[in-house]
Ligand binder design. Structure first.
Ligand code: AMP
Length: 219
């Protein structure tokens, strides 16, 4: 792999970005950087940042560009990110995309993957999604861990995210269409976007993504 491998993963909430970035992170040996995970960890640990953003996250709104840009800039200088990163949930607005160009230089992004799924499918996926509050493991509402409320991986509490309730899901999808979907065009103009059908099984999607990354000399 030549240079720093920055991969941006776009896609609606529930498109499978988190699952796929976890898998690709192992494959590529670069970290999965999810601004949602960083913010949720701050909320869980009740840090000053967490207290500031808790209600914004619960309502399904976006936190400010300044705040998120600062978090990402801090994350980029950590040693594990020097070889690259899989960006999940960032950038999410034109202001964040500009900030990313400033951090990396305009040719810093190697590829932008757009995981495409219909709104109907993400509503179905998000409504039945349960997550471990401790390690972030993802379950379906019908899984034993979700029913018992105990994570099989770490023993943490398995809950429904406050932003996975119907009102918040609707708000997040509106925000995605308004603020984030236009980024696809922004990156298409630079020839960076590869669209992948995210409605298939996780294994099928991973297989396609690995091919895309190979074709860009990233594996
Ligand atoms: P996610 O897990 O990516 O869906 O993010 C969960 C929540 O964290 C979002 O609904 C926002 O409230 C907040 N968030 C995550 N990433 C960003 C971002 N790049 N810009 C603004 N808010 C964000």
């Amino acid at each position: 792999m030549a240079g720093r491998a920055i991969v941006v993963v776009l896609g609606k909430q529930g498109a499978g970005k988190g699952t796929q970035c976890d898998r690709l992170s192992e494959n590529l040996g670069i970290p999965h950087v999810s601004t949602g995970d960083i913010l949720r960890a701050a909320v869980r640990e009740r840090t000053p940042l967490g207290l500031e953003v808790e209600s914004v996250l619960a309502a399904g709104n976006l936190v400010s560009d300044d705040l998120v840009n600062r978090l990402v800039e801090e994350r980029f200088v950590q040693t594990d990110a020097l070889r690259g990163a899989l960006l999940d949930g960032f950038p999410r607005t034109p202001g964040q995309a500009e900030a990313l160009d400033t951090f990396l230089g305009e040719d810093g992004i190697k590829v932008v993957i757009d995981l495409e799924v219909s709104s109907e499918l993400v509503i179905e996926r998000l409504s039945s999604r349960r997550v471990c509050q401790e390690c972030g493991a993802i379950y379906k509402d019908t899984d034993v861990a979700a029913i018992s409320g105990t994570c099989e991986r770490c023993g943490g509490d398995v809950i429904q995210r406050p932003d996975d309730f119907p009102d918040a899901i609707a708000r997040r999808l509106d925000t995605y269409e308004r603020d984030t979907a236009p980024l696809k065009e922004f990156y298409e103009r630079r020839g960076l976007v590869v669209t992948v059908d995210g409605s298939r099984s996780p294994d099928e999607v991973t297989a396609d993504l690995v091919e895309v990354l190979k074709s860009r000399d990233l594996t």
